[in-house]
Design a protein around this ligand. Structure first.
Ligand code: GUN
Length: 295
């Protein structure tokens, strides 16, 4: 029987534990973690994510410092805001929602965030730490989506050592850090991308397949090795005919109904990786807060 990995449930457990921990720390130190949420412009998908992140943060007892700037904001003004947040005592985590408008250089902005407040784990120092740190380093600020994928894999209680892991997608946000995390688990890792030849054949060799390409239902059932574990990072809005009517629907990068027949475990969209990304953002913010308490 294929297991559909329940990201809502796993993320809820994680959030419940964070809420308890934050409440305990508040009673001891009279402080709660603070997360600055910075959005520039009004990209519809970003607004949805920011709203969901804010709601979850408040639920676990994290204070949210909201900065919604207009799409014309210039790069220098955004950097000035980040410097201010870097020094602000009640801010432990800074999240700059991506993508940013074209006139702003994303990497310059990510580089300006204090690495100790880097709730997304995108700063070059944290990217470097991920690649050289030991397996169980609790203090790392890990990119939230791959971190969430790893926690879902761990919930399955399967031995990851020596497994062939194929990651489709080489982004800085998902593909590359996912590869580092699975390498640390002693998987044999391959990153595939748009120029990979014989992609289907490569996917068929995967014991663990992570799909992060941004193409709706791209990976089909006959690409999957029997009993593989499949993690679907894609969130694609498509129109589908349901009972003769065109309806908007969220789908992942895998053809879920087909893949489900072959895989031993698979994440759904929605309700898979998405909620885990948010829970890991809250976990990172709490990690930064705890480190700051020790200073
Ligand atoms: N845009 C898409 N995914 C993410 C994410 O994980 N963090 C941020 N900041 N922006 C994103």
């Amino acid at each position: 029987m294929t297991k559909v990995i329940d990201g809502i449930n796993i993320s809820q457990n994680l959030k419940d534990n964070l809420k308890k921990e934050i409440s305990f720390l508040q009673s001891k130190h009279n402080k709660v973690p603070g997360l600055a949420v910075v959005q520039v412009g009004d990209v519809a998908a970003s607004s949805v994510y920011v709203k969901a992140k804010t709601k979850s943060a408040l639920e676990v007892g994290i204070e949210v410092i909201d900065h919604h700037l207009n799409s014309e904001t210039n790069q220098n003004d955004l950097i000035k805001l980040i410097y201010k947040l870097n020094h602000q005592q009640n801010v432990n985590g800074i999240l700059v929602q991506l993508p940013l408008p074209d006139h702003i250089n994303e990497q310059v902005i990510l580089d300006s965030i204090d690495p100790e407040k880097d709730a997304d784990g995108f700063h070059p120092l944290n990217v470097g730490k991920l690649s050289i740190s030991s397996k169980n380093d609790e203090n790392l600020l890990l990119p939230c989506t791959p971190f969430g994928c790893l926690l879902m894999l761990k919930e399955l209680n399967v031995n990851l050592e020596g497994k062939n892991a194929v990651i489709v997608g080489r982004s800085n946000i998902v593909g590359k850090p996912m590869a580092q995390l699975l390498l640390k688990e002693s998987c044999t890792v391959t990153i595939a991308h748009s120029k990979t030849t014989e992609l289907k054949k490569l996917c068929m060799s995967a014991d663990i397949l992570v799909a992060a390409i941004g193409k709706p239902e791209f990976i089909k059932g006959d690409w999957i090795k029997k009993n593989a574990i499949v993690i679907d990072v894609g969130i694609n809005r498509v129109q589908k005919e349901i009972n003769g009517e065109l309806k908007n629907k969220l789908v992942g990068d895998i053809d879920f109904e087909e893949v489900k027949i072959k895989a031993s475990a698979v994440t759904p969209v929605p309700g898979g990786v998405g909620p885990m990304t948010i829970a890991c953002l809250l976990k990172n913010t709490t990690t930064s807060f705890k480190k700051n308490l020790l200073k």
